[in-house]
Every structure is written in C-alpha cells, then in structure tokens.
Design a protein around this ligand. Structure first.
Ligand code: 291
Ligand code: CA
Length: 160
C-alpha cells in the first residue's frame, strides 16, 4: 500500500511539473501577444487598455458593441486617461463618446457602470443640455468634453 502511494505521488509530481511548464509557455505566449496587440491597436494607461475600431455609432450601439466585446465605452477617470483618449480622437479626427451620461437624472452625469463621475474635463459653458436633448458626452480633439445627443454618431472607443 505504501509503495503504491508513493508511485501515485511520483505520477502526481510529474503531472504538476508538466502543468507548470505548460502554464509558463502559455503565459509567455500570452504576454507576447499582448505586447503585439497593444503596439498595433491598443493604448495602455495604467491597467486600462483603450481600443477603437475607427468607426462611428450612436451611444446605444457603442455601448452594446463594447459590452459584447467584454469591455465598456471608454470613461477617463483622470488626466492621463483623458490624454490617451484625446490622442486617439486626434489621430482619427473624430469625436468619441464617453461611457458617461445623465440619462437617469438630468444634470447628474454618471458612469455606465453607475456612480457619479469623479473626474471631468468639460469645455467652458458645458454641459449645457442644448435643446434639452444632450444626455451623452463627447470628447473633442482638444481633450475637452461636451454634452451631446446620444443619437449622434461618434467614434467608438472601448476600454478593457
Ligand atoms: C455647440 C454648443 C454645444 C452643443 C453643440 C451641439 C451640436 O457646440 O452649443 O454645447 O452641444 O453645439 O448642439 O454639436 C455637437 N457636436 O453636439 C458646437 C460644437 C460642438
Ligand atoms: Ca453641449
């Protein structure tokens, strides 16, 4: 019984060693793929990665597309993230939606995940809810925010 136990232990040790080797190979491949991905299409800021497909959609479609991909519509939480997004909209010369709206309560801008915004970079005299119809937020190429109609089509940028 003791002998059988130890041969089972040896088999287990071998299996664990092989799994560790495979895990290491998987991690190496994944890290390499991640580097190539970020180099080619992503923009990394801290632990966040911003990605655009270069196309424009209304807010509802943008929101659906980002969540289907396992992400969220980009929401800058600090000046670094806002600058990274500004670089993307400047490169494409298209304003983007942010994952921020006051659809729930007029005048109170919240993240799509809930919670009142903790960082903002409004253009002077914004948000103005022009024509009483501006519940979404667009990022301009100068990095400033403007509230705008959710049915406008803006550059899609998701965060992951
Ligand atoms: C004016 C300002 C904005 C307003 C915008 C929209 C149309 O900015 O009154 O507060 O949101 O018009 O009525 O433009 C967009 N992009 O929403 C003009 C440039 C943004
Ligand atoms: Ca506005």
């Amino acid at each position: 019984k003791g002998e059988k136990g130890s041969s089972e232990d040896n088999g287990m040790q071998l299996a664990v060693r092989l799994m560790n080797e495979q895990l290491r190979t998987l991690q190496d491949n994944f890290n390499k793929f991640k580097k190539i991905f970020i180099f080619s299409i992503g923009k990394e800021v801290g632990r966040k990665i911003f990605v655009t497909n270069g196309l424009e959609y209304d807010y509802e479609t943008a929101s659906r597309m980002c969540s289907r991909a396992g992400g969220l519509v980009a929401s800058p939480k600090n000046a670094d993230e806002n600058l990274a997004l500004q670089e993307i909209v400047s490169k494409h010369d298209k304003r983007s939606f942010l994952g921020i709206t006051d659809l729930h309560t007029e005048g109170t801008f919240k993240y799509s995940t809930g919670g009142t915004i903790t960082y903002s970079n409004w253009h002077s005299n914004e948000p103005n809810n022009d024509k009483g119809n501006e519940d979404c937020v667009e990022l301009n190429t100068d990095g400033k925010w403007n509230d705008t109609s959710c049915t406008n089509k803006k550059l899609l940028i998701c965060e992951f």
